[in-house]
Design a protein around this ligand. Structure first.
Ligand SMILES: [Zn+2]
Length: 320
């Protein structure tokens, strides 16, 4: 059992190891806790709060999802913007303990209106900020940080990260990145691609599992259009992409669905599997409408699973 003290004043990582007695405590790199006179004692003088993470943290998820399965799983999240950052923290709250986080960006004040970042995070790496927030939820998490642009990552390193993941969530708004990840990991790993469109009026979530249609199978026809849209969103004054405005409340709908689909894929082989209860046969694209009149939606707050098919001419078939 690991016991931690999460102390606002002194920081986050007062993580320690529990021993049955004071004997054999030599390592000074972390705090040590032991039983003495019927009470938990600490190797240093700190205020401690005893938390058993294996039971208490997941008390209110109990019976719904296989926690022991989640603790064995590793999820890679590419992009820690308004989609990727809450997805990462929601997965930690749900019981995932191992993440790889890839993002080169820093937090700016414009991120605050629709993501979990706050004033203390401004100017800091998004990876580090999400890591710290995750530690405040569960100090026992195992998170690897990659502060780099996934498009410039050394290919062996990226491949190693992807192939050691049980699920990949591609949460950037870059078509180039989506195509890269599709090419590298489609045949071996499940991937989720959440997107928000039209200033948050709608969005979609594609998931791919080896054997189902890949990203290019589904989006080939509109990839060109999406690239054109990206050009329109390019800010020539700063040379940077201009993120599309969208309300947090609209983004959160897509985030919530993406998290549920992620949990369903991660626990698909357990007794408590619910993947068939939240998906439709032959469908891997969830289309979400937050407002009336968008796409095929004639009522507000509608969503529908769309049928998807493998394109026999797609590179996933011809190069397989
Ligand atoms: Zn394909």
């Amino acid at each position: 059992m690991i016991i931690s003290s999460v102390n606002q004043k002194n920081g986050l990582k007062k993580i320690g190891v529990f021993h049955q007695s004071r004997n054999n405590i030599n390592d000074q790199s972390c705090l040590h806790f032991y039983m003495e006179k019927g009470k938990v004692q600490c190797s240093k003088e700190v205020d401690i709060q005893v938390i058993n993470y294996t039971t208490q943290l997941n008390e209110r998820n109990h019976g719904i999802i296989d926690q022991s399965c989640l603790q064995e799983m590793s999820v890679t999240i590419i992009g820690l913007g308004s989609g990727g950052s809450p997805i990462a923290l929601d997965l930690i709250r749900c019981g995932v303990t191992s993440l790889n986080l890839i993002d080169f960006d820093t937090v700016s004040i414009s991120n605050l209106c629709r993501s979990p970042y706050d004033l203390f995070d401004i100017g800091r790496k998004k990876t580090e900020c999400v890591y710290e927030k995750a530690l405040r939820i569960n100090p026992c998490v195992n998170i690897q940080l990659y502060d780099e642009d996934v498009l410039n990552m050394e290919s062996e390193k990226l491949d190693h990260v992807l192939q050691n993941s049980d699920l990949i969530i591609e949460a950037t708004d870059s078509i180039k990145t989506k195509i890269l990840i599709n090419g590298l990991a489609y045949h071996s790993k499940p991937i989720i691609y959440p997107s928000v469109y039209d200033m948050g009026k709608g969005g979609d979530i594609l998931f791919t599992i080896p054997g189902l249609p890949c990203f290019e199978c589904v989006f080939k026809s509109i990839i060109k259009d999406l690239k054109e849209t990206k050009k329109a969103e390019w800010d020539y004054t700063t040379g940077e992409t201009k993120p599309m405005p969208a309300l947090l409340s609209d983004i959160q709908v897509v985030v919530a669905r993406a998290v549920k689909i992620a949990l369903a894929i991660l626990t698909a082989n357990t007794e408590k599997s619910f993947i068939e209860k939240i998906t439709e046969p032959s469908c891997s694209l969830l289309i979400i409408g937050n407002e009336k009149g968008l796409y095929l939606f004639d009522r507000p707050f509608q969503e529908v699973w769309a049928e998807t098919q493998i394109n026999p001419k797609c590179s996933c078939q011809t190069l397989a």
